[in-house]
Design a protein around this ligand. Structure first.
Ligand code: NDP
Length: 574
């Protein structure tokens, strides 16, 4: 039902409040991403320790050669490997920091962990695996088990190396191989290297004065310490717990902590938008009727839906750009005000309800969906500590301090997120002319499709900048995996040894990325968060390709149709 017609002044006032809330946050925090650290050394080293590995087993350094080597063993590696196997590639190695495959789903095992993208779309390779997820939204353990099942089906454990971090990836022109060295003393050679190390892989901590003086227990959400909390959080019954951060991870964790903790303090800087999560067990009758290829058909529909919306947009072409933008903004504000009303309906204490209201446009921050998060604040053992955009800036040996009040805690959990999309530059990647990839990118990222970069033959990057962004990330990754497998197959089928994008192809793509940026001022107008580089400056090409997922997918196809134009393809030197 359409709501009541509102005057434009109503929307303008809300937009003014959005700006005010954004400026408040920009003014009172260190600029951009500098407020965070992901370098966990010295006193912070404990935040990086893998609680799930059970101690890395000793092994001899490896000195061998494989055809394809993945850096990272999450969904990117798994879904691409499946395609490579289909094309007959036998020698595939995953090198992974964790003790198993799974990536995000290996690390994030916090209580309540689930995916709020519909499982039938999110879990890759459902047709190939002949698997139908248990629920409309999958829980973390089911997703991790799916990752392991893929690795088993495609024999990826055979050559996989775990508990191992790649330290350098260097191209050797003499043997035309990548030489990959690791923190375990390995030197592995590979014809093709695929950087599959994730978009949100490295945990980050807000750098807070005095944080290392805290005498209680503490950890990051992606390193959950079940030894301390107990598997069902039963050890928290007599513990006072605090959680810093209210993003998508915290939204799933808070309801679980609220069930058992003696007391829970939620330290909030900016609230998330929380909508309903309609979950249900998969209907067995529906599942039984699914025909082979059902997931591929669903994916094709997603692309068709994007196409429809383009058509609709064209039909609306008669209205001016300003009008179109205003309508979009007003609809967005209507949605956010519905989110506000829902908070008022659920949260009993008016002051708490007010503090939980997000004042920014929908999609400025990653939207959240949960039915138990807001009700948790009605429990007597849960207190929201709203920091009015300032965040926690001081911690002493007892716990966080805000506006002179000390919050004495037994356990402090950092739900402060992850370093974003630095894919491919975590280790030293040194290309053809001895150039470090970070140096090449120093004046701006340069890629073809966000996947290839000139001077780094046979190297492919997944989930990095200059690729399209999809809320369902696996959908985007699958297109990249299919593309990479097709490129490698082309090289093999045509007797080539190396594939390297031409400078012209790379320049074309950089310009495509630049041309599709800055279409609206949305990103700058947004409250700071990782979607807009924490409100900091960034070079025009250092972001996602914003021309739309469908166009991105089409461009991949166009590139593959003219391989000889877009790439320098070389045969083995005799
Ligand atoms: P986020 O980066 O989304 O959230 C970090 C939180 O920490 C923010 O609320 C931030 O506040 C807050 N924060 C940082 N410093 C301070 C401070 N000093 N005091 C108080 N608060 C502070 O990390 P998450 O781990 O929650 O989520 C990361 C991403 O992982 C999500 O965006 C999503 O893409 C993915 N995810 C997906 C899920 C799914 O269902 N598919 C589930 C969980 C995560 P502020 O907003 O002000 O910066």
């Amino acid at each position: 039902m359409p709501g009541p017609e509102r005057p434009q002044s109503y929307y303008d006032e809300i937009k003014a409040k959005f700006r005010q809330e954004r400026d408040l946050r920009l003014d009172c925090r260190p600029p951009g991403t500098q407020q965070y650290t992901s370098e966990f050394t010295g006193d912070l080293a404990k935040y990086a320790v893998d609680p799930f590995a059970g101690g890395a087993p000793a092994r001899e350094p490896i000195d061998d050669e494989v055809e394809v080597l993945f850096i990272g063993g999450g969904f990117s590696a798994l879904l691409t490997s499946a395609r490579l196997r289909e094309k007959g590639i036998e020698s595939i190695r995953i090198v992974e920091k964790g003790a198993d495959v799974g990536g995000t789903w290996y690390w994030n095992r916090y209580p309540g962990v689930a995916c709020d993208v519909v499982s039938y779309d999110y879990l890759p390779l459902l047709d190939e695996m002949d698997y139908v997820p248990v629920n409309h939204y999958s829980r973390g353990p089911e997703i991790l088990a799916h990752c392991q099942a893929i690795a088993n089906k495609y024999d990826l454990y055979d050559l996989a190396v775990f508990n191992t971090t790649v330290t350098e990836t260097r191209w050797h022109e003499a043997d035309r191989r990548w030489h990959v060295t690791t923190d375990r003393g390995d030197t592995m050679r590979a014809q093709f290297v695929i950087c599959a190390n994730g978009t949100l892989a490295k945990p980050k901590l807000s750098e807070i004065n005095g944080m290392t003086s805290f005498a209680g227990h503490s950890f990051h959400t992606s390193r959950w310490d079940y030894d301390y909390t107990g598997q069902d959080l039963e050890n928290l019954k007599d513990k006072v717990v605090g959680i810093i951060g209210t993003g998508a991870s915290a939204v799933q964790i808070v309801p679980e902590l609220a069930k058992t903790a003696k007391h829970l303090y939620v330290f909030q800087r900016t609230p998330s938008s929380i909508d309903i999560r309609d979950d249900w067990p998969t209907d067995p009758n529906w599942a039984r009727k699914l025909e082979p290829g059902w997931q591929a058909k669903r994916r094709a529909k997603v692309l068709a839906a994007v196409e429809n919306s383009l058509e609709k947009r064209a039909a609306k072409g008669a209205i001016s750009r300003e009008d179109k933008l205003r309508r979009q903004e007003n609809a967005n504000i209507d949605y956010m005000m519905r989110i506000h009303r829902r908070i008022d309906e659920i949260v009993d204490d008016p002051e708490t309800a007010e503090a939980l209201k997000p004042w920014y446009m929908f999609m400025c921050k990653r939207p959240c969906f949960h039915n138990e998060y807001l009700p948790a604040f009605n429990q007597p053992n849960v207190t929201l500590v709203d920091t009015h955009g300032k965040g926690i800036t001081e911690i002493n040996e007892k716990g966080p301090v805000f506006e002179g009040q000390e919050y004495e805690l037994d356990l402090l959990i950092y739900a402060t997120g992850f370093e974003v999309q630095l894919t491919g530059i975590y280790n030293n990647i040194i290309g053809r002319d001895g150039q470090n990839l970070s140096d090449k990118y120093a004046d701006g990222i340069r890629t073809l499709l966000g996947i290839h970069t000139a001077g780094y033959p046979n190297l492919f990057v997944m989930g990095g900048y200059q690729a399209s962004f999809q809320f369902n990330l696996t959908e985007m990754l699958q297109t990249q995996g299919d593309h990479i497998a097709a490129c490698i197959d082309y090289v093999r089928q045509h007797g080539y040894e190396t594939i390297d994008p031409t400078d012209e192809a790379e320049e074309w793509w950089v310009q495509e990325v630049i041309n599709h940026r800055g279409k609206t001022s949305r990103s700058e107008d947004c409250t700071p968060g990782y979607y807009n580089f924490e409100g900091g400056e960034n070079r025009r090409q250092d972001g996602n390709y914003n021309g739309g997922f469908r166009r991105y997918y089409e461009h991949q196809g166009e590139v593959r149709e003219a391989m000889e134009k877009h790439f320098r393809l070389e045969v083995r030197a005799s």
